[in-house]
Design a protein around this ligand. Structure first.
Ligand SMILES: C[S@@+](CC[C@H](N)C(=O)[O-])C[C@H]1O[C@@H](n2cnc3c(N)ncnc32)[C@H](O)[C@@H]1O
Length: 381
């Protein structure tokens, strides 16, 4: 009995978690251990930072840079932005992570960075509070699901997105795919803790998820458009797919990937002449090879699976739908850059470990009717 007590206390704490606490605990999960970061995140972090500075250079003004979903600013070149812009505004529901990001800056730059703990959607925080009340007031999961149905059915985009200063640069880095996921994963956690059931067992789950995705896309691009100066730029990066999901592999696919990847593994000295790929992959992540070699091996592997069977990757952002929404909001963009973020390499091959990242630089389309002119942008103190 005594061994159960901490588990019960933890369960009570999780059940009582407010949306704000949830954002912070989820944010704490978005940290690389120093080892993982040193080994595998570096290419993603470096490419993100370089591309954000490219977007900064595309913006005409130097007054305000706004970073949405800033978190601990892992892939944001915060110091360079603080040097380049008069003010930098970080916005996230997770205040503690943003404080940590600012505390890493040289002292003389800290006063140029403001932190705003706020919802960057018109719906997430309100929805999470309503879902929490529904779980707390329900006698069982069936009743909670019924309440969820009415809450979702009455969900409409808010009239006004979060009020942001007119910004020369807006950074939205790896945020898009999280906007609908946080409310859903929060509801899942509440349900598991109180009733021991998963949100996915709710018959209305798929509909609710699709509805939230649509809402999140529209909401986000309207927010970006409402705050981006006519001569400004937006850096948009999204984790569009995650994978590969090895449990989906049939023999045929495995052989196809093997044929594709083994020569590279041999060239890297990771696979011997007659060695099967699975054995070679098992040798990675034990600090046996240099960082660069391991990264190249993982990138080759991910690319081979992506090419052979995109279905083994889970879609996180529907790129066509996102493009339609940013066009509708009055943005245009050149073709994206793409790279891999190998977030959990050491979980491969047992669970998905890599993300395909796409990044765009969005510019307000000059002639688009309905786009805000400078005088229509909200006044900012
Ligand atoms: C994957 S992390 C982004 C990481 C961050 N760009 C970095 O460089 O470390 C997603 C961030 O979006 C924030 N977020 C998600 N939904 C949000 C919302 N509705 N309002 C405000 N922040 C949100 C999370 O708290 C989290 O910090």
């Amino acid at each position: 009995m005594r061994r159960l007590a901490p588990v019960c206390l933890l369960a009570l704490h999780l059940a009582a978690q407010t949306p704000e606490e949830y954002f912070h605990s989820a944010g704490a999960g978005f940290r690389a251990t120093p080892e993982e970061e040193r080994l595998f995140w570096r290419p993603h972090v470096e490419r993100s930072r370089a591309r954000i500075l490219e977007a900064a250079a595309a913006a005409q003004g130097r007054s305000v840079a706004t970073v949405l979903g800033a978190g601990v600013c892992t892939e944001i070149p915060l110091e360079e932005l603080a040097r380049r812009f008069d003010r930098v505004l970080l916005v996230d529901m997770d205040g503690a992570s943003m404080v940590e990001a600012v505390e890493r800056l040289p002292l003389e730059l800290r006063s140029k960075v403001d932190i705003r703990v706020a919802d960057i959607t018109t719906f997430a925080a309100v929805l999470m509070r309503r879902l929490r009340r529904a779980v707390e007031e329900s006698a069982d999961a069936a009743e909670a699901f019924e309440r969820f149905g009415s809450i979702l059915a009455s969900l409409e985009p808010g009239l006004l997105p979060a009020r942001l200063p007119p910004s020369d640069l807006i950074v939205s880095s790896l945020v898009l795919s999280t906007l609908h996921r946080y409310p859903l994963s929060y509801a899942d956690r509440l349900l598991r803790t109180r009733f021991g059931v998963r949100l996915r067992s709710w018959p209305g789950y798929e509909d609710a998820r699709r509805r939230l995705i649509r809402l999140a896309l529209r909401d986000h691009f309207q927010l970006l458009r409402s705050a981006c100066r006519p001569d400004g730029a937006v850096y948009l990066a999204a984790t569009v797919t995650r994978g590969p999901a090895y449990w989906q592999f049939g023999e045929e696919l495995a052989r196809k990937v093997e044929r594709e990847v083994l020569p590279a593994f041999r060239r890297l000295g990771i696979a011997g002449d007659d060695e099967p790929l699975a054995l070679a992959v098992g040798k990675l992540c034990h600090a046996r090879y240099g960082v660069e070699r391991e990264i190249e091996a993982f990138e080759r592997l991910l690319a081979a699976y992506e090419a052979a069977s995109p279905d083994t990757f889970e879609t996180m952002v529907d790129v066509d739908a996102a493009r339609a929404e940013w066009r509708r909001a009055g943005f245009e963009a050149a073709p994206p850059q793409k790279w891999w973020w190998i977030e959990y390499p050491c979980s491969i091959p047992h669970s998905p470990g890599g993300f395909r990242v796409l990044s765009w630089i969005l510019r307000p389309a000059g002639a688009t009717p309905g786009g805000p002119s400078e005088s229509m942008l909200p006044k900012w103190p």
